[in-house]
Design a protein around this ligand. Structure first.
Ligand code: ADP
Ligand code: 5GP
Length: 191
């Protein structure tokens, strides 16, 4: 049986790299990994469900959780928008004998790495270029001109941290990138 206890998969990337797409493929292809649902204060996008995509909280509720030391890590990822990984969420997943996968921003990923060291596999997903990343965000149709610029600017900054993670995947060809991720996770689980 795969060894899941106390282990974490951390997938991080600048927004628009294809992280969510790759994570969904991985989850569909494996049976012992569970997506760790983050808490956040941004508004749900169309189709997003509380308790499935995120735990959506008001800013006051989120701040209360910070005061209660409820998070492994939290960040103001975008201006005024908090995101965080709840301790109870990771424990829930381990208690089910599963391996949690957290999909978080680069600073949050570095924070988890500093706490969990060898217990976590950190994977940085990279778009082939910033221009391609911008195109993908535009095609996704989720951004305003302002939030698009904010995400692209942040992507340029986050890219400079790629070397700090265990593995980097360039998401040019989606099928190849998905296979790479699957293989990395299988190796980590077998340890
Ligand atoms: P992220 O979670 O990193 O913000 P998404 O998974 O939402 O990124 O992907 C951003 C957009 O790019 C989506 O519309 C997705 O369908 C598309 N996309 C993902 N991977 C690729 C790829 N390899 N080639 C082309 N488009 C892609
Ligand atoms: P989005 O608003 O597009 O869903 O997510 C924006 C960014 O927040 C993404 O880079 C995502 O990975 C990151 N994020 C989601 N959950 C968390 C979390 O719990 N902690 C941190 N630090 N970042 C998160």
């Amino acid at each position: 049986m795969a060894n899941t206890q106390g282990k974490i998969i951390v997938v991080t990337a600048p927004s628009g790299s294809g992280k969510t797409t790759l994570v969904k493929r991985l989850l569909a292809a494996t049976s012992n990994i569970t997506f760790s649902i983050s808490a956040c204060t941004r508004k749900p996008r169309e189709g997003e469900v509380h308790g499935k995509d995120y735990y959506f909280f008001s800013e006051d509720e989120f701040r209360n959780l910070i005061d209660q030391d409820a998070f492994i890590e939290w960040e103001m990822v975008y201006a005024g928008k908090y995101y965080g990984t709840l301790k109870t969420e990771l424990q829930r997943i381990w208690d089910n004998g599963q391996l949690p996968l957290v999909d978080i921003d680069v600073m949050g990923a570095l924070n988890i790495m500093n706490k969990y060291h060898n217990q976590c596999l950190t994977v940085f997903i990279q778009a082939p270029s910033i221009e391609e990343l911008r195109k993908r965000l535009i095609n996704r149709g989720t951004e305003t001109p302002e939030s698009l610029d904010e995400r692209v600017k942040k992507a340029e900054f986050e890219q400079s941290y790629s070397g700090q993670f265990n593995k980097v995947i360039v998401n040019d060809d989606l099928d190849r990138a998905a296979e790479e991720l699957k293989k990395m996770v299988a190796e980590f689980l077998a340890k």
